[in-house]
Write a protein that binds this ligand. Structure first.
Ligand code: GLY
Length: 312
């Protein structure tokens, strides 16, 4: 079977006229190329998801791993989840600090009897696994926080992309990777630094089935305001619709029409077992790119429609 892949680096307000779009496109394309090469060599869907998430976590442009946003107290707390569609098993780490790749914790927890850990447990696990301490802070994210602190945190969230030109672009950063491998297995991973400037202890959607969900029928990763994603139960809602017989695009159209009506601010990427690739957003732009088996495409210039699809 031809492997398929879609990734995202967040969603937010229009990037038009702000510069930096080409560098976001290059970043996404580099990840697509590396992950797709692994998939072509016969890799398992979940291994390809972990590689894609690690690469996106390493890119300081995106709000996950290095380049994560700061919370109201100036600390970074990250969350990540992995779901394997074939085993239908979810694992995740919530509000973890001082680690380079939060997705590694989610990956380790796939085979643990306790599969979702919060801050304290995640820190203990990092220590047990002897994963070296790592500071994901970047200069741009610190400047962004200091600016907001001066203005007493009037912004409800941090910039989606950390570029000098784009950091003012209020957005909803997260990264996500959805894969269909050559054996027909689906997997999804999502990783985030959260909304930025949030209250200590706030929990992101990214390590919940609302933000990251897969079965053998479909897999979905979300981005946007976590509270909106949780209220729509977005990822699980789309996957259940496909499991109940809707085509992926029909499931996306219905779900995003509802989210739009409810004035949510969010986006999602998805794959189904037939190889259909889909995306949707209520925000102005979704930073997503995909490989359909023949070529790379992306959604960076698509600012009008709610959903799009490439059939399998
Ligand atoms: N979607 C990321 C967050 O709200 O934490």
């Amino acid at each position: 079977m031809q492997p398929k892949l879609i990734i995202h680096g967040g969603a937010g307000s229009s990037l038009k006229g702000k510069g930096g779009v080409e560098s976001v496109r290059r970043s996404l394309n580099q990840v697509i190329e590396q992950v797709y090469a692994l998939l072509k060599s016969g890799a398992k869907a979940s291994d390809a998801v972990v590689l894609g998430c690690r690469l996106l976590e390493d890119d300081p442009r995106f709000n996950a791993g290095t380049g994560s946003v700061l919370q109201s107290d100036g600390q970074i707390r990250m969350s990540a989840a992995l779901m394997d569609g074939t085993s239908q098993r979810f694992s995740g780490a919530i509000n973890v600090s001082r680690v380079q790749h939060p997705i590694d914790l989610a990956s380790y927890l796939q085979n643990s009897p306790d599969r979702v850990l919060s801050d304290y447990g995640s820190a203990e696990l990092l220590r047990e696994l002897q994963i070296p301490l790592y500071n994901p802070l970047t200069e741009l994210r610190l400047e962004e926080w200091m600016r907001e602190r001066q203005e007493n945190f009037v912004k409800t969230m941090a910039g989606v992309v950390a570029e000098p030109e784009l950091v003012e672009n209020a957005g909803r950063g997260t990264i996500g990777v959805v894969v269909l491998d050559s054996q027909g297995n689906l997997a999804v991973g999502t990783s985030t630094g959260g909304k930025g400037f949030e209250r200590i202890g706030r929990v992101s959607d990214s390590a919940m089935p609302a933000g990251n969900y897969a079965t053998m029928h479909a897999a979905v990763s979300c981005t946007g305001i976590g509270e909106d994603i949780i209220d729509e139960c977005l990822a699980a809602r789309i996957v259940v619709r496909v499991t109940d017989g809707f085509s992926l695009h029909e499931a996306m159209k219905r779900t995003f029409a509802e989210a739009h009506k409810n004035q949510r601010d969010l986006g999602a990427i998805a794959l189904d077992r037939t190889g259909a690739i889909a995306w949707g957003k209520t925000s102005e732009v979704l930073l997503a790119a995909f490989h359909d088996g023949e070529k790379i495409g992306d959604t960076l210039d698509d600012e009008g429609t709610l959903t799009g699809c490439v059939e399998g």
